[in-house]
Design a protein. Sequence first.
Length: 138
Amino acid sequence: MQAFLLADGLKFLPMGRPTQKPRGTFGQRLFVMREAAGLTQQQLAEKLHVHQTNIAFWEHGDKPPRGEVLPPLAKALHVSINELLGATPAKFKRPVAKGKLMQVFEAAGHLPRSQQKKIVELLEPFVERHGNGHKQAA
């Protein structure tokens, strides 16, 4: 990895090019599950407290990560460990939103119910106006 010293600190630039090698069975499953969860490799890496290159390595390999990584990985992807390992078919729990929006909604889920209700009241008219939403009980 090449590094450059900038005024605001050291900046690392990724090197190389994407591999042309086909993904392994586990890697393909992990890739599909990560995409379905609406996460980038970097976001998933942050949730697991690992480097993004670990996620890329697992996605291009055929072997799952170490045992202690499996429970938090499954939780971050909203699947069971058996689904992650391919022992049972995956039943994706569709996230409410993707990427940054999903992170905000997850954080809002920890607010007091009165504040959550205010957020719903603010967003419902916008979503309904664009024809993408449906009214749910608060």
